[in-house]
Design a binder for this molecule. Structure first.
Ligand code: ING
Length: 317
C-alpha cells in the first residue's frame, strides 16, 4: 500500500499586503514632504517584500473639509488635477521600480469640474488598475459654527455615480472603499456579490463626533466592528488604513488593521504616526467562508431583501 500521502497542496495565492498608516499632515505641509513620508513607508515595504501597500484616504494633504470656505473652490489647491501629477510621479516611479502595487487616496478635481474623494489602485508593474470614488459622503454641506471643527465633506465632494466595483488584480479579486463607506454593510455586500477577496479602505476619522460625543470613546470599537463584520460576512480580507494622530488640533483615529475573512485582526498599528503593518493574505482562505457559511448562490434570499436595494430611508409599518 502506498505509504506516501500526496498533500493536495495546490500553490497558495498568498499576497503580502501592508497598510501604510500616516500620522498628521499639516495644512502647510508640501506634497513633496508628504511624498517623502510615503516613500519611506514604501522603502520599508520593499525591505519586507511587500507586494501591495494601502495608503490612507486624502493621503497627500491635510483633511481640509474641517474648514469652511464661502467659495466652494476655496480648497482647490488641495485637489489633484491629474494622477500621477508632477509631484506624485516620484511615488509611482518608486513603486514600479520596487514592483510594489498600491492604493492611494486623494482629492480629485476632474477637468470638467467635478470634485471627488478618490482612490487610485496601481498594479505591481505600475499600470493603473482603477480609480474609485467615495460613495457614502458623511458630514454636512453648510458652515455649522456650533461644531469645534467642521466636517464639510458634503460641501467639497460629490457622491460617486459609479458605486462599488471589483477588479481582477494581484492574482485575485480586489475592491476599494473609503472611510465612511466602511460603516455601511451594503459596501461589502456589493463587492461580496462580485467575489471580492481583498478590500482596501483608507480613512480619516476624527475621534470627536459632534452630533453624539458619547460615540467618541467607541470610535476604535466601531472601526474594527465594521471591518471585522464586513470581512467575515463576505469572506474577504480587509485592510483599514488611517491617517491618524492630532492633525491641525483635531484628534483622528489611527488603529490601522488587517482583517482575515474570519473577521480576525491579523495585524494592527500600535502608533498614531507613520507606521507600516504587514500580513501574508492567503486569498484562497476566502473560500472557507464563500463556499460554506456564505455560499451566496445557495443561501441568500434576494426576493425578500427588496427594501435593501429599493428603499432609501425608513418606512415604518
Ligand atoms: N470620516 C468619518 C468616518 O466615517 C465620521 C466621519 C467620523 C463618522 C466620526 C462617524 C464618526 O469615519 C470620513 N472621512 O468619512
Amino acid at each position: 500500500m502506498a505509504n506516501s500521502t500526496v498533500k493536495n497542496s495546490s500553490p497558495k495565492r498568498s499576497l503580502r499586503v501592508a497598510a501604510g498608516q500616516l500620522g498628521p499632515i499639516g495644512k502647510d505641509e508640501t506634497r513633496a514632504e508628504v511624498i517623502d513620508r510615503l516613500l519611506a513607508l514604501l522603502d520599508e515595504a520593499a525591505d519586507r517584500k511587500v507586494e501591495l501597500v494601502a495608503f490612507p484616504e486624502l493621503a497627500l494633504t491635510t483633511f481640509f473639509p474641517r474648514w469652511y470656505t464661502e467659495d466652494i473652490g476655496g480648497h482647490d489647491h488641495y485637489y489633484e488635477k491629474e494622477m500621477p501629477g508632477p509631484e506624485t510621479k516620484r511615488l509611482f516611479d518608486a513603486a514600479a521600480s520596487y514592483g510594489i502595487g498600491f492604493s492611494l487616496g486623494y482629492a480629485e478635481l476632474t477637468p470638467d469640474g467635478h470634485r471627488y474623494n478618490t482612490q487610485i489602485l496601481v498594479e505591481r508593474d505600475g499600470t493603473e488598475v482603477a480609480k474609485f470614488r467615495k460613495v457614502h459622503i458623511p458630514g454636512h454641506e453648510q458652515d455649522e459654527p456650533w461644531r469645534p471643527f467642521q466636517h464639510l465633506e458634503r460641501r467639497y465632494f460629490e457622491e460617486s455615480p459609479e458605486g462599488f466595483s471589483v477588479w481582477p488584480a494581484f492574482d485575485g479579486l480586489v475592491g476599494l472603499a473609503t472611510c465612511n463607506d466602511r460603516r455601511w454593510p451594503e459596501t461589502y455586500r456589493e463587492m461580496g456579490l462580485q467575489g471580492v477577496e481583498l478590500i482596501m479602505i483608507g480613512y480619516n476619522t476624527p475621534v470627536h463626533y459632534a452630533p453624539d460625543p458619547v460615540q467618541n470613546a467607541l470610535q476604535g470599537f466601531h472601526n474594527h466592528l465594521c471591518m471585522q463584520a464586513g470581512a467575515y460576512q463576505n469572506g474577504t480580507w480587509v485592510v483599514g488604513v488611517a491617517k491618524g494622530g492630532i492633525e491641525e488640533g483635531v484628534e483622528s483615529l489611527a488603529q490601522s488593521a488587517i482583517y482575515a475573512p474570519s473577521g480576525q485582526i491579523v495585524a494592527q498599528a500600535i502608533s498614531n504616526g507613520d507606521e507600516l503593518i504587514v500580513a501574508d493574505c492567503d486569498l484562497d482562505w476566502c473560500n472557507k467562508y464563500k463556499e460554506t457559511l456564505f455560499d451566496f448562490a445557495r443561501y441568500r434570499r434576494p426576493e425578500v431583501y427588496q427594501r435593501i436595494a429599493n428603499q432609501k430611508g425608513v418606512v415604518e409599518p
